[in-house]
Design a protein around this ligand. Structure first.
Ligand code: ADP
Length: 542
């Protein structure tokens, strides 16, 4: 008996310790079929939970019911009644307000254990403080809500995609934005996974598949840009990036992904690219234009250089011609100068040695000759100067006869010296030419010089004939001599420059005469007379 009592006490003690260490409230409740009744027992945690004593709770059921949060009370009462009516377990989460006003969440489980002969039901119940869990749950819910709101307002699509061990895959989540981009709903895609791959542009398909395979193998970030053709037929550029939540070799693997519609960026990029290409093209064109301009400039320069060369050549020709003229005419200058010297010498010797013999007339004569020779030399020099600026003399009308007379007189000393008679047969009507007088005089000079040269060492008659006559619309001037005549090759070759048979000749005179004749629209003809002498005939238009 003693041992039974002792063991009972021991059990009671054990139960008390167990009871005190429970993380929940255990209670016993007795009710009728409507669920209304009375608490008969609370474990000590009741006070800790409610801040109401077990005695107070047991004394008045309304004290306990009064702890239930007003918002949850009706639901609690209803479920409680239902459990009593049906004799089923009551499971409910409700809020209570403690004596000090703290709101706590409790999870209440009440099981109908037995019914006595009065029809009253005994309930064994457990109350667990789930405030902390509830808070977590709430904040989780809030976070989920926040995530959902964010996901819907994000311009990017979000998704969760799972791959199972057997290779099956499905979306766990697909945000509205992702559905908008694909133009397929979450359920449509999950029902038919090939819808996704069918959307992908043929040119991007292989690349996307290999990226996909590589990412699944490595578990690294998956990123790919590709084109899709949506249900409505729109072509979109999208960017998919996703990360798995764990090693992809242990299934299931969940990929968390972001889907971005980058069509506008791509279009902008393409426009930029096009613009860049256009710019490059424009630059290339500009370069081409610059090259052409450069070529043009080079061409212009080479033309200019050529022109310059031509100009210098012509200048050279002119100057060489002029210098040849100088040589050709040098003796014309030297002759009067030589005459001056001789006359001056004579005058000197007359003055020195034969002072007594000096006649004032002789002296005056010599002085007159010196003066006229001097004048002759000066004239030649000034004509020479005029020839340097060939073509610059003004056109004028002049008497050809007068010019011939003047010119023969100018070199009179020379032909007198050579014992050559100059015979002038000039047209009585005094033919008037219009042109450059100095140039025509040059022709006459040259003809006379050549005639004198040809006669100089030639035997027989020593004469020069100069004739002028009107012939139709022309004024003709003929110069004939009694020399050996033109050499055959001179006649055959015409009046080429630098053709000369003289040891110190220049071969310019005939050529220049011809050029002057051309200038005056005159013709020039050379031939040999039957008698053997040379004949030069010029026909000037009137
Ligand atoms: P150059 O004064 O050097 O002789 P020209 O052009 O005046 O140059 O004459 C060319 C050549 O024509 C002369 O070298 C000469 O052979 C020939 N010639 C010119 N005039 C006569 C002429 N009146 N009689 C013979 N030959 C002449």
């Amino acid at each position: 008996m003693e041992t039974t009592r002792e063991s009972l006490l021991l059990m009671q003690e054990r139960f008390r310790r167990f009871e005190q260490n429970l993380p929940c409230v255990i209670y016993e409740y007795v009710s009728d079929d409507t669920g209304i009744g009375q608490f008969v027992y609370f474990t000590p945690q009741w006070y800790e939970l409610t801040e109401v004593t077990a005695e107070a709770g047991i004394a008045d059921v309304n004290v306990a019911i009064g702890l239930v949060h007003p918002d949850d009370r009706a639901a609690f009462m209803e479920k409680n009644a239902h459990a009593a009516q049906t004799m089923t377990v009551l499971r409910i989460k409700i809020r209570i307000v403690t004596a000090s006003g703290i709101i706590k969440w409790i999870a209440l489980t009440s099981s109908p254990m037995s019914r006595n002969q009065d029809g009253l039901i005994t309930w064994n119940g457990v109350m667990i403080d789930v405030t902390a869990e509830k808070l977590v749950e709430e904040s989780l819910y809030e976070a989920k809500e926040r995530f959902a709101r964010m996901a819907e307002t994000l311009p990017h699509g979000l998704y969760e995609y799972v791959i199972h061990a057997d290779g099956r895959s499905e979306y766990l989540y697909l945000s509205k934005r992702a559905e908008e981009i694909y133009e397929y709903s979450f359920s449509e895609l999950n029902e038919n996974m090939s819808l996704f791959w069918d959307m992908v542009h043929a040119d991007d398909l292989a690349r996307l598949r290999s990226t996909d395979v590589a990412a699944n193998r490595s578990g690294n970030l998956f990123v790919s840009e590709f084109r899709i053709k949506t249900r409505s037929g729109k072509l979109k550029w999208v960017q998919l990036s996703a990360l798995p939540d764990r090693n992809p070799r242990s299934f299931p693997v969940v990929w968390h992904g972001v889907l971005v519609d980058i069509t506008q960026e791509k279009q902008a990029e393409q426009a930029r690219l096009q613009q860049q290409i256009n710019q490059e093209l424009a630059q290339a064109r500009l370069l081409r234009i610059q090259q052409v301009e450069q070529l043009n400039a080079e061409l212009a320069q080479s033309i200019e250089e050529k022109n310059q060369l031509l100009r210098s050549l012509s200048l050279f020709a002119k100057s060489s011609m002029a210098s040849n003229l100088v040589s050709t005419l040098a003796h014309e200058v030297n002759q009067p100068l030589g005459a001056i010297a001789i006359n001056a010498q004579q005058l000197q010797s007359v003055l020195k040695g034969h002072a007594n013999d000096l006649h004032i007339e002789d002296a005056q004569y010599l002085l007159g000759r010196i003066r006229s020779d001097n004048q002759r030399a000066a004239d030649v020099i000034s004509r020479l100067r005029a020839l340097f600026v060939l073509g610059s003399e003004p056109l004028e009308k002049f008497d050809l006869n007068e010019l011939i007379t003047e010119t023969t007189e100018a070199i009179g000393f020379e032909h007198l010296r050579q014992n050559i008679s100059v015979i002038l047969e000039l047209d009585v009507s005094n033919p008037i030419l219009s042109g450059e007088r100095g140039q025509i005089q040059m022709i006459i000079f040259n003809a006379l010089n050549n005639a004198i040269d040809s006669i100089r060492n030639h035997g027989g008659t020593r004469a020069i004939h100069i004739r002028t006559l009107h012939q139709g619309e022309s004024v003709v001037m003929e110069v004939e001599d009694t020399g050996p005549g033109f050499p055959d090759h001179i006649l055959q070759n015409g009046f080429q420059l630098f053709q000369t048979t003289k040891p110190h000749g220049m071969g310019v005179g005939l050529w220049l005469s011809r050029a002057i004749a051309d200038n005056h629209k005159a013709t020039m003809r050379a031939s040999n007379l039957p008698s053997g002498g040379a004949q030069l005939v010029f026909a000037f238009p009137v």
